[in-house]
Design a protein around this ligand. Structure first.
Ligand SMILES: Cc1cc2nc3c(=O)[nH]c(=O)nc-3n(C[C@H](O)[C@H](O)[C@H](O)COP(=O)(O)O)c2cc1C
Ligand code: SF4
Length: 451
């Protein structure tokens, strides 16, 4: 059983409110930081912890904070990314819904380190009820003196605002988020300049994921070195994984980075294995990361046990590896159709493309059309190469990574499950029945995947 840093008290009665949270040691990191530490010392602990951004890219948090420009007389901002629209990802919602004060606490401590007097939580429109929970937590913290002027007599002032988005996946991309927060259409900006130099209202800004900022609480409480003892190599600490699909025990789990993938998917502490059938494929980090056959999820190309870390999941590159991403984990059993799932993902990316770049705007639509006809028994053999060609022309040729995120699921599905795409061309009548693979599980692709 691993250590729980964020979820330790999550099931305690009354933990959502300030009183219950305080009774379980809440706001200790604010007391420690504001009364006994300098902002630089807090930053140092975050650097020592090895914490990497939990929003998907895994960028080292301490390093990002150290890039923050500090010109005289210009405000700095912390913006918490609670957009969480990546299909398969629902960890931040669970954390904010159950224990909102851990985020507020992390924001105060982090803002102290960054010298930010104002911070924002940008939360997706569909999480409206969670925004209400956060607003309540902010009001409680303000009334109790954890927010406002001269917090704990330290001279540090801080205010937090909760901003609800209109519900667009692209507003999770940090620069689109900033545009939206400024009241404009959420179109990604061209980088550089990066937000650390020119962010919200053109001022230096740090954008971090909800889980990243919550992790600052145990880091400051116990010290960065203690945090870095959990995990392996550059994957330190714990990670929230939202698990779904064809597993016995869907839910949100806090894992020690470094447990084996086998333990995560098969043990009763976590996913509990598959119900009644065999696993076929896994997407470990949200819909943007490459899908891998089950066998490749369990073992690296060298035949070693694969671990739930940034490095091990990526071992083998895109040809044979995948990514930890946002921790939006889902597994497919052998009754699932990979073509159907890929079509579904592509519909999403086409719908969510902001339309600024032609390869993304047009390419996602073309891929959707081709996948639609393959899935509906109207595909042609050359469609598979056409799909491959389109995704290649999107990848790396766009303003923001949504283009890549749309390309990678298609590329990996063809790479590992090409025979399933071919089956759709050669068995047009059969694949018109969306439940076809329930009756005739797709044995071919499992053979192909391990070859
Ligand atoms: C299309 C797109 C959607 C994204 N959605 C989210 C999101 O919902 N939440 C999030 O934290 N990061 C999201 N990101 C990543 C952010 O741009 C940014 O890297 C992240 O918020 C930084 O925080 P971190 O360093 O704590 O991970 C998204 C990126 C892209 C390209
Ligand atoms: S890649 Fe897509 S979503 Fe990103 S800026 Fe270009 S068109 Fe918009």
């Amino acid at each position: 059983m691993g250590r729980k840093l964020l979820f330790e008290h999550i099931d305690k009665p009354g933990i959502r409110g300030l009183e219950g949270y305080r009774a379980n040691g809440g706001y200790r990191s604010v007391e420690k930081a504001l009364k006994t530490m300098s902002p630089e010392a807090v930053l140092e602990e975050v650097k020592k912890s090895g914490l990497r951004g939990r929003g998907g890219a895994g960028f080292p948090t301490g390093l990002k904070w150290s890039f923050l420009a500090k010109p005289e007389g210009v405000p700095r901002y912390l913006v918490v990314n609670a957009d969480e629209s990546e299909p398969g990802t629902f960890k931040d919602r669970y954390l904010m819904e159950r224990i909102p004060h851990i985020l507020i606490e992390g924001m105060i401590t982090s803002s102290f380190a960054l010298g930010a007097k104002v911070s924002y939580i940008y939360i997706r429109g569909e999480y409206f009820y969670v925004a209400r929970i956060l607003e309540q937590a902010v009001a409680e913290a303000l009334a109790a003196g954890w927010l406002g002027k001269n917090i704990l007599g330290s001279g540090f002032d801080h205010e937090i605002h909760v901003q609800v988005g209109a519900g667009a996946y692209i507003c999770g991309e940090e620069t689109a988020l900033l545009e939206s927060l400024e009241g404009k259409r959420g179109n990604p900006r061209i980088k550089p300049p990066f937000p650390a130099v020119k962010g919200l209202y053109d001022c230096p800004t740090v954008v971090n994921n909800v889980e990243t900022i919550a992790a600052v609480v145990p880091i400051v409480n116990d010290g960065g070195e203690e945090y870095a003892k959990i995990g392996i190599g550059k994957s330190t600490g714990t990670k929230l994984i939202s698990a779904g699909g064809n597993i016995k025990r869907p839910g949100v789990y806090e894992i020690d980075l470094g447990i084996t993938c086998d333990e995560f998917i098969n043990s009763d502490e976590f996913c509990g294995g598959v119900e009644g059938r065999a696993f076929k494929a896994v997407v470990p980090g949200g819909s943007s990361v490459p899908i891998v056959p089950y066998e490749l999820f369990l073992k690296t190309p060298a035949g070693e046990n694969r671990l739930m870390t940034y490095e091990s999941l990526a071992d083998g590159g895109f040809a044979q590896g995948t990514m930890l991403g946002s921790g939006g984990f889902y597994a497919y059993n052998d009754a699932q159709c990979i073509v159907r799932s890929t079509w579904n993902h592509t519909r999403f990316y086409h719908h969510e493309s902001c339309g600024q770049c032609s390869p993304c705007r047009e390419g996602t639509g073309w891929m959707e059309k081709v996948l639609h006809r393959l899935e509906h028994g109207e595909g042609r053999t050359e469609d598979i190469d056409l799909l491959w060609d389109i995704q290649r022309k999107i990848e790396g040729n766009t303003i923001c990574p949504l283009g890549d995120a749309a390309a990678w699921p298609v590329a990996s599905a063809i790479r590992h499950f090409r025979d399933e795409f071919e089956y759709h061309v050669h068995h047009r009548q059969k694949v018109k029945d969306p439940k076809h693979f329930e009756k005739e599980p797709f044995a071919l692709s499992r053979k192909f995947a391990t070859a």
